[in-house]
Design a protein around this ligand. Structure first.
Ligand SMILES: [Zn+2]
Length: 416
């Protein structure tokens, strides 16, 4: 089986120009003694908004690996695909994030729910799990409730998995199951039973992305109760270890945190939990590499800064449209957005400090950052004008892309 390494990072790259600079961050981790495998993820939604094909993500990844001589594994992730959107990803991808969020809560066949509850009746009771102060308790009601709420989603995952396996061959790709884009976080007992249902469906998942407690807005820090997150995260790790032994799921099954990027306050919490348990992790970041492109343009001054200002002005004008597909994962206060006029008078330093995610900097503006984050459609509309500016200022941009991934993500999470 194609096996995902213990530590991996999902790097989004909206325009497919920064794969080398992203890979450089993984090289820095390797030089520091930690293997973190890069996974280039780009969802169907982002391909559709930009008008690109998954083959371009594969080409960019392969080219970067070739140029930099990266000898460790790497993957290309069909991020958040479903039965009706997976087709164009089948060729170029070797990692599939099977998104079943829409099927959660869809009514499952009562007879199938009863069979599920019968088959897993042995799980009812208190599970004392290593590293947890309290046992995880499963009741007969939990079995029926989880069956009713999640069985349809598990069956969906099975159907999508079998379609991919039929096209590519079982064992030739990594399977992730994602449930993060839904309303309510899954509790640890739910996670255990969901894994039971996925095992029943024969899905050899290596990563699972639950919805965690708290807000995971795009490109900005976590909003929520850190102690509750830590408690649930550790329970999830223990539940996964139990599920691997009990259901015969792949031994390297690990959590995938769809972070939306930049959950800086969670990194020490996650790092401690990984250290204490020896668990692996897949950290999926959003397309904040695109923000480093804008930061690099602004930092370059002259025509670069002018283009960065133009992008902001256009994003402000189209705010409602740009925000709509991301409504559940952004919190922008319009009153905190500077006017286009004001930004047009900014220096390079003012623009960079407003956009760059340095939480301690009083000039940092998370509202502007989230708007620019969803504003990549504006740059896509500029076509070659945007891409040639990115090329012209490649050195400045690459420094920002690598520095961001390494200093603000890989180092605090995996290296310390
Ligand atoms: Zn996600």
């Amino acid at each position: 089986m194609l096996t995902l390494a213990k530590f991996s990072i999902g790097v989004g790259d909206r325009f497919g120009r920064q794969a080398q600079a992203q890979l450089r961050a993984c090289e820095l981790a390797a030089e520091a003694g930690v293997e973190v495998v890069p996974v280039w993820n780009k969802s169907n939604r982002e391909h559709t908004i930009i008008g690109t094909e998954p083959t371009t993500t594969r080409a960019a990844a392969d080219a970067a690996v070739r140029v930099r001589g990266w000898a460790k594994p790497y993957h290309v992730d069909a991020d958040h695909i479903r039965l009706d959107t997976v087709d164009r990803f089948l060729g170029p991808c070797d990692f599939f994030t099977v998104d079943v969020a829409d099927s959660i809560g869809q009514p499952a066949d009562p007879a199938a729910v009863a069979r599920f509850a019968d088959r897993n009746a042995g799980l009812v009771g208190r599970h004392e799990l290593p590293g947890l102060p309290e046992p995880v308790t499963i009741t007969a009601d939990d079995l029926r409730a989880v069956g009713a709420k999640y069985l349809e989603a598990a069956q969906d995952a099975g159907a999508i998995y079998r379609k991919i396996a039929a096209a590519k061959g079982a064992g030739s790709f990594v399977t992730e199951v994602s449930m993060d884009e839904t309303d309510a976080p899954q509790t640890p007992p739910e996670l255990l039973l969901i894994l039971a249902a996925l095992a029943d469906e024969g899905v050899p998942l290596q990563t699972i992305a639950p919805k965690f407690t708290g807000r995971f807005n795009k490109g900005v820090d976590y909003v929520g109760d850190l102690r509750q997150f830590e408690r649930e995260f550790r329970q999830d790790l223990a539940v996964i270890a139990l599920a691997v032994g009990r259901f015969g799921l792949p031994a390297n099954l690990k959590l995938s945190v769809h972070s939306g990027s930049d959950k800086f306050s969670l990194y020490p919490v996650i790092r401690r939990a990984l250290r204490d348990t020896g668990a692996g992790l897949h950290l999926k970041t959003a397309g904040t590499t695109w923000l480093e492109e804008v930061i690099g343009l602004a930092e370059a001054g002259g025509d670069g800064l002018a283009l960065a200002k133009e992008i902001y002005a256009a994003a402000l004008k189209k705010k409602a449209d740009l925000c709509a597909p991301y409504a559940a994962v952004i919190d922008i206060d319009p009153a905190k957005l500077p006017s286009a006029d004001e930004v047009s008078g900014w220096s390079s330093e003012q623009y960079v400090r407003a956009l760059r995610h340095e939480p301690a900097d009083p000039q940092f503006n998370p509202h502007l950052r989230q708007l620019v984050h969803v504003g990549f459609k504006v740059a896509a509309g500029m076509g070659d004008r945007y891409l040639s500016a990115v090329e012209a200022h490649e050195a400045t941009i690459a420094r920002n892309v690598t520095g961001n991934l390494w200093d603000r993500h890989l180092k605090p999470l995996f290296v310390g």
